[in-house]
Design a protein around this ligand. Structure first.
Ligand SMILES: C[S@@+](CC[C@H](N)C(=O)[O-])C[C@H]1O[C@@H](n2cnc3c(N)ncnc32)[C@H](O)[C@@H]1O
Length: 107
C-alpha cells in the first residue's frame, strides 16, 4: 500500500474512532508523524501523552543517531503544544495518570 493510501485510511479511522478533547496516549511515537500530523489535528486532545523509549534496536530507526533524531524531533514538536507530555521509557513501565485515560493508540 502506498504511503498516501495509508495516511488517508488512518485519517478516516482516527476521524471515526477518536474522541475530541479527551485524554489520550500513543505508545510508540518515533518522529511523531502520526501524533502531530494526524492525531492532534483530528482530535485536539485535552491531554496527549506520547510514550516511547527511543531505544535503538527496539525502534524502526536504522541507526542510533536516527533514533536520537526521532526523539529530538518529537520533543521539539511537543514543546509547541501545552497539552502534550513526552514520556521516555518502556511502555510497560511508564505509568499514566490513572482513571483519566480513555484511548491508547498503539502503532
Ligand atoms: C513504528 S514506530 C512508531 C511510528 C509512529 N507511531 C508513527 O506512525 O508516526 C514504533 C515506535 O515504538 C517504539 N517502541 C517499540 N517498543 C517499545 C517499548 N517496549 N516501549 C517504548 N517504546 C517502544 C520504538 O522506539 C518506535 O519509535
Amino acid at each position: 500500500m502506498a504511503l498516501k493510501q495509508i495516511i488517508d485510511s488512518r485519517q478516516k479511522m482516527y476521524a471515526y474512532i477518536l474522541p475530541k478533547n479527551a485524554v489520550i496516549a500513543e505508545l510508540g511515537v518515533s518522529r511523531g508523524h502520526n501524533a502531530f500530523d494526524l492525531i492532534i489535528p483530528l482530535s485536539n486532545p485535552k491531554e496527549f501523552h506520547l510514550i516511547d523509549d527511543w531505544k535503538y534496536g527496539n525502534s524502526c530507526s536504522r541507526s542510533e543517531g536516527e533514533t536520537l533524531n526521532a526523539q529530538e524531533e518529537s520533543k521539539n514538536k511537543a514543546s509547541e503544544y501545552p497539552n502534550c507530555t513526552i514520556h521516555i521509557g518502556d511502555t510497560v513501565e511508564v505509568t499514566i495518570i490513572e482513571n483519566t485515560l480513555r484511548y491508547l493508540i498503539v502503532n
